[in-house]
Design a protein around this ligand. Structure first.
Ligand code: SF4
Length: 278
């Protein structure tokens, strides 16, 4: 897969621990995750094998030229702060080069921690939604529980059933989303899980729509009204967001934006940054 050695994206509510901090990470995404030669990566790499561009200081040697060098996949990955949590908390700041015996465990924990941090990120965003107040208590409880799990031992983290956790968290996020979108006037479109690959949605009125998990690869969403739309898990690779309005879009991540196309006229949610390649 990929590496987030791009500018650290903002995260909701200023939680710096839920955004990638490559300076405190042992380059885990550049080692632990596999990737296959494709339009996203110039070469094949197995899980557990360090990328040839990873420097000894755990920074990327081609960070400024990733797209030009055939590694756009590295610019669209977000660990949600899992890298520094595993490096500094789970493994106490001892890296896999200094302690090669712990390397395998570290690389196994990282993808699990990433999923836990992704859930924390969504829960944190939901807790910032005033309209979702009726579920705030349950959201806080879930957040606290997962926070505790992320501080467990390497063994306890890798043994977690993350799908079960997702199954507990998703209904809460869905309820939060519904509470927010219910305030949007008019009829709201439901494209949950829809295959909209390459769809022509230029200028579409999608305010408050559910696009949860929708396949929007290469869709034309230029000038679309996506205010308050729920975009959790939507695949926006190569989608055209030029001039689209994403104000208040729910559960949209920096990685999703980085994978899409956009321009100076695209209106972004307050917590996300404009990708450098737009
Ligand atoms: S190219 Fe750079 S960012 Fe991508 S995996 Fe290799 S070292 Fe990491």
């Amino acid at each position: 897969m990929v590496s987030p050695q791009h500018e650290a994206p903002p995260s909701p509510e200023g939680r710096t621990d839920l955004r990638a901090d490559c300076a405190d990470c042992f380059g885990l995404c550049c080692v632990a995750l596999p990737f296959a030669r494709s339009a996203d990566f110039a070469v094949d790499k197995a899980a557990g094998q360090a990328c040839s561009h990873l420097r000894t200081d755990f920074r990327c040697g081609i960070h400024e030229r990733l797209r030009d060098r055939g590694y756009p996949g590295c610019t669209v990955f977000d660990c949600f702060g899992a890298g520094q949590k595993v490096s500094q908390v789970t493994f106490g700041g001892v890296d896999w080069r200094r302690a090669p015996k712990s390397a395998r465990a570290m690389f196994e924990v990282f993808p699990v921690m990433r999923q836990l941090h992704e859930l924390l990120r969504y829960l944190t965003e939901a807790l910032d939604l005033a309209a979702a107040r009726p579920v705030h208590k349950e959201l806080r409880r879930a957040l606290a529980r997962i926070e505790v799990l992320t501080r467990g031992s390497a063994e306890s983290i890798t043994a977690l059933d993350v799908n079960a956790l997702r199954g507990e968290v998703n209904p809460l996020l869905l309820r939060a989303s519904e509470l927010v979108r219910a305030r949007v006037p008019g009829r709201r479109k439901d494209h949950r899980g829809a295959d909209l690959m390459g769809a022509r949605l230029s200028g579409a009125g999608l305010r408050g729509a559910s696009l949860r998990g929708a396949l929007l690869v290469a869709a034309d969403l230029s000038g679309a009204d996506l205010r308050d739309a729920d975009l959790i898990g939507a695949d926006l690779r190569d989608a055209d967001l030029g001039g689209a309005d994403l104000t208040g879009a729910l559960f949209l991540t920096q990685a999703q934006l980085n994978a899409a196309r956009g321009d100076a006229a695209t209106v972004l949610p307050a917590s996300l940054g404009r990708p450098a390649h737009w």
